[in-house]
Design a protein around this ligand. Sequence first.
Ligand SMILES: CC(C)(COP(=O)(O)OP(=O)(O)OC[C@H]1O[C@@H](n2cnc3c(N)ncnc32)[C@H](O)[C@@H]1OP(=O)(O)O)[C@@H](O)C(=O)NCCC(=O)NCCS
Length: 228
Amino acid sequence: MSDASSCCSLREGGMKRGRARSPIEANGAAETGGREPPSSAFRRLGFVAADFRAMLERDPALGPGPAAFLEALTYAGFWAILSHRVAHLLGALRVPLLPRFLQALARFATGVDIHPGARIEGGLFIDHGMGTVIGETAWIGRGVTILHQVTLGGRGPRAVGKRHPTVGDGVFIGAGAKLLGPIRVGDYARIGANAVVLSDVPALATAVGVPARVVRAPAVRPRSSGGI
Ligand SMILES: CC(C)(COP(=O)(O)OP(=O)(O)OC[C@H]1O[C@@H](n2cnc3c(N)ncnc32)[C@H](O)[C@@H]1OP(=O)(O)O)[C@@H](O)C(=O)NCCC(=O)NCCS
């Protein structure tokens, strides 16, 4: 697992933009957060390599060389994502119970709780992982970095349809942040540690506090290797 010394210089996410639409753009198509077609869920299995690369690229606690590769295999966040990708496919194939069983197993083993229904693009890096929760209708874009104790949750038991956040490409979410409801966090935005985000955050903006407010809206996209 990544140690505390990696926290202070963690490199932020930000895979290069490809041709695929970010979840923010896709959400414009009046999606309700329903079950994904199996073909799309199957495509997500192929993102595992990008998920693994994300750790090597964004955690400076991992040095160069083959040792880093083996060390990365000890990261709880990676196993949680890998298990989620299998559970998500099984859910899309309408296999009963097994997706939820896998979710429970992964939560027990890693401390990360990802609902099988969540839609996660490639290159997600969950650092430390413990206590992170990702809800059923959450959508996460490419190259996102999430630290420990982050919640992508709903606003309450009466919500229906798409009730969890949509997070754009390259977003960075600091430790302990809570993003609640079907809000949209724009591409390359940054969410401060312990922020409680209840409304949309524009692309490239930095939001902090409770409730979160935008403190910075940079004119240019941060470099993917920019440290904090
Ligand atoms: C949000 C964050 C990314 C902003 O970084 P930044 O762009 O360099 O912004 P700054 O440090 O210049 O801060 C901008 C303003 O927001 C405030 N701020 C920054 N982070 C904050 C936070 N988490 N909560 C409340 N206010 C915060 C600063 O005090 C500053 O306020 P001011 O303009 O009134 O002085 C960073 O502060 C952060 O919270 N990173 C998360 C790190 C983390 O989770 N570490 C745990 C690793 S284990």
